[in-house]
Design a protein around this ligand. Structure first.
Ligand code: FES
Length: 162
C-alpha cells in the first residue's frame, strides 16, 4: 500500500491506492494550506489553487507506474508557470509511495533540496498503520444490533440449570 512521506511534518502516512492526496493529508492532520487557503479554500474543487504540494517522485525516473495520477486539465491550467513537480493535492490520486512537500512556495526555493534529502531515506513498506474506515450512522446501528444479538437470553454462567 502507498506510503506518503510528508517532509515538512516529518510524517509517513499510509493510504489506500487511489485515495485523494488532499483527503489523506487532512485525515492525517497535515496542514496543507497557507494563510490564504486557511481563510478560504474551495474544499477540493480545484478552483482556489491553495493546495499546492511539491512531489519528489512522480515516477518519471521509475519503470513502474507514476506515484500520482496524471495531471488533470485543471492542474494544467492552474499550474502554468509553476515548477513541473508541483501538484494540486485535491486533484491527485495516490497510486504508489512518494515524498511530498506541503506549501512548497515557502522556504525561499529550498523545496527541491528538502524533497531530495527526504527521498534519501527509503519509504517504509506498508502496511504501517491502516487508516480507520469512516464511521457511518448505518455502521453504528449494525454494531449496536450485533451487540444486542450477542446478549444471551438463556441462563448465564452463574445460573443453576436443572
Ligand atoms: S483545495 Fe482548492 S484547488 Fe485544491
Amino acid at each position: 500500500m502507498p506510503v506518503i512521506r510528508f517532509v515538512r511534518e516529518g510524517l509517513d502516512v499510509e493510504c489506500y491506492p487511489g485515495e485523494n492526496l488532499r483527503e489523506v493529508a487532512l485525515r492525517a492532520g497535515v496542514e496543507l494550506y497557507g494563510l490564504k487557503g486557511k481563510l478560504g479554500n474551495c474544499g477540493g474543487c480545484g478552483q482556489c489553487i491553495t493546495c499546492f504540494v511539491g512531489v519528489a517522485d512522480d515516477g518519471a525516473d521509475q519503470t513502474g507506474p507514476p506515484a500520482l495520477s496524471a495531471r488533470t486539465a485543471v492542474e494544467d491550467r492552474k499550474l502554468q508557470g509553476r515548477p513541473q513537480n508541483w501538484r494540486l493535492a485535491c486533484q491527485a490520486l495516490v497510486e504508489r509511495s512518494l515524498v511530498v512537500l506541503t506549501r512548497p512556495q515557502l522556504g525561499g526555493g529550498q523545496g527541491d533540496a528538502l524533497l531530495a534529502a527526504a527521498s534519501l531515506t527509503p519509504l517504509p513498506a506498508g502496511p504501517i498503520a491502516w487508516p480507520a474506515p469512516p464511521e457511518t450512522p448505518q455502521a453504528k446501528e449494525e454494531e449496536s444490533a450485533t451487540a444486542d444479538e450477542a446478549e444471551p437470553d438463556g441462563p448465564s454462567a452463574g445460573d443453576t440449570v436443572r
